[in-house]
Design a protein around this ligand. Structure first.
Ligand code: 13P
Length: 263
């Protein structure tokens, strides 16, 4: 059975002292789960503090985004080289908030993906369709195109460093993405169908053995009550958690559920 990968995306929700406090709690709460791959993506400003707190523990550090160049005149951007220097092992790329709020195209995400690989950061590549796209019957087409363009020129060897996260835009607890209306987690069936589609896409592209070895995370309103529903789907190998990752008491039971399922 593939090891579950559970990621916490803190977005812009935890300040410097908050991050230190929560990270210390996470280390205590999560140290018993040595059968799970865990990463936390705090704000850039907390990376150095959290690298020290997570050193020697089972929690890996992730960045929420990066620029596609090493350095240069790019005001307000973050160099992937320095993220690596800060101790990041993973980098989230193509999150829907980047794609849809900041207009990052799949072509640009592909440049970031290739740069992350060059530098030795593991990409957590996010894909996902909007409610409108789903209602128009375009969900597979949208996710397929995002995968195809974002993964252009990624070799069979390189793809083995990836985590792919399926995060339907309508399920993400984000008013930036979903300004009005209900936000709900996907049903088991909705998640299962799209995860099967993504798995098949990877197998077609990279062959059985490699395609089946890449962890697929579900993201979008995952919490301690619904995570088991997702983690028991064949092609769901973990979760990318937003809201329920910013408190140790909410995140721990999610990691615990995955850990129990490994036994
Ligand atoms: P929520 O868990 O808050 O819906 O966020 C999901 C997400 O965007 C994680 O990257």
């Amino acid at each position: 059975m593939m090891k579950y990968v559970i990621g916490g995306n803190w977005k812009m929700k935890r300040g410097i002292q908050d991050s230190i406090d929560v990270a210390k709690e996470m280390v205590n709460e999560l140290e018993k789960y040595d059968n799970i791959e865990i990463f936390i993506a705090p704000s850039y400003t907390s990376l150095r503090d959290l690298a020290k707190i997570f050193e020697g523990t089972n929690i890996k550090l992730a960045a929420q985004n990066m620029h596609e160049k090493d350095k240069g005149s790019y005001t307000g951007e973050i160099s992937p080289v320095w993220l690596k220097d800060c101790g990041c092992e993973y980098v989230i790329l193509g999150h829907s908030e980047r794609r849809r709020v900041y207009n990052e195209s799949s072509e640009r995400i592909n440049e970031k993906v290739l740069k992350a690989l060059e530098i030795g950061l593991k990409p957590v590549l996010c894909v996902g369709e909007s409610a409108e796209e789903r209602n128009n019957g375009q969900a597979e087409e949208i996710n397929g195109t995002q995968l195809e363009v974002s993964l252009k020129e990624v070799s069979s060897e390189q793809i083995q460093n990836f985590v792919i996260a399926y995060e339907p835009v309508w399920a993400i607890n984000s008013r930036a993405l979903n300004p009005v209306g209900e936000i709900r987690a996907a049903t088991r069936k909705e998640a299962e169908e799209m995860h099967n589609f993504i798995r098949n896409w990877l197998v077609n592209q990279y062959g059985d053995e490699i395609g089946n070895s890449i962890p697929l995370q579900y993201g979008g309103s995952v919490d301690k009550d619904n995570c088991k529903k997702f983690f028991t789907v064949d092609n769901i190998n973990g979760g990318l958690v937003g809201t329920a990752s910013i408190k140790a008491t909410d995140f721990e039971p999610i990691v615990g559920t995955a850990s129990e399922l490994m036994k």
